[in-house]
Design a binder for this molecule. Sequence first.
Ligand code: SAH
Length: 263
Amino acid sequence: MTGKIWFVGAGPGDPDLITIKGRKLLEESGAVLFAGSLVDQAATLFTPEGCDIRDSKDMTLDEMTDWLIAAANQHETVVRLQTGDPGLYGALIEMTRPLTAAGIEWAVVPGVSSAMASMAAAGETLTLPEVTQTVILTRVAGRTPMPPGEELEALAAHKTTLCIYLSITLLHKVQEALLAAGWSEDSPILVVQKASWPGAEKIVRGTIKDIKRKCQDEKIASQAMIVASPTLGAADWPDLIRSKLYDPTFTHRFRKATEKQND
Ligand code: SAH
């Protein structure tokens, strides 16, 4: 028999944040390979008895694909459970290509990414009318270099929301890049560690200038999202430009304007 391999986004940590489709697949899976360092083991709560569950923490990519192929030869449903969304820093294509080459069917189930979970945890918005309508999901160069043109300094020049993954130990590089792009030292920065993890989430608010020290004080050195955005703190601004979508003078597909439209 040859089963199908599902790359399932587990979400950011809280097991309730997996999709219903992801959970159903876990419930019918014969084998699950989960990304141990970040997927809360709780996500494997949904697997049936007798399911072959393996942590991939210490495996190489080749070992993982070999394991998945062997599992697909024994079970109809095999799940590769990944943190957040499988398509973001998830080595997805590196894993699917050998499966395709081996003639094994695979598909992806999206997940709630940690950028969204971090902003939700802090009660912040990724976009705000006339402030920013763009979100950049990125990282700074570590062992993986950034392709030309994607240096944080260049991206930050747009002054949009920046969700910076995999970079908490490189916070000094983030500070330097934002300053070089013209952000002021007192621009707000948000760091969320273990967003949505029951009992473990930490939210740190600071500025470009002091965020590094604040993270050191909180001993945050891993599993954290850095957000720089002109929207941060908007919940407390004295004035806010209201979203046109909910403006009573704005007609759209689902609602007729109740007052005369201005523009
Ligand atoms: N596919 C994942 C990202 C994997 S890369 C996703 O969509 O979220 C791992 C990086 O994701 C970490 O370095 C950290 O920056 C971020 N991350 C993952 N889980 C997180 C969480 N619960 N809270 C904050 N950041 C998290």
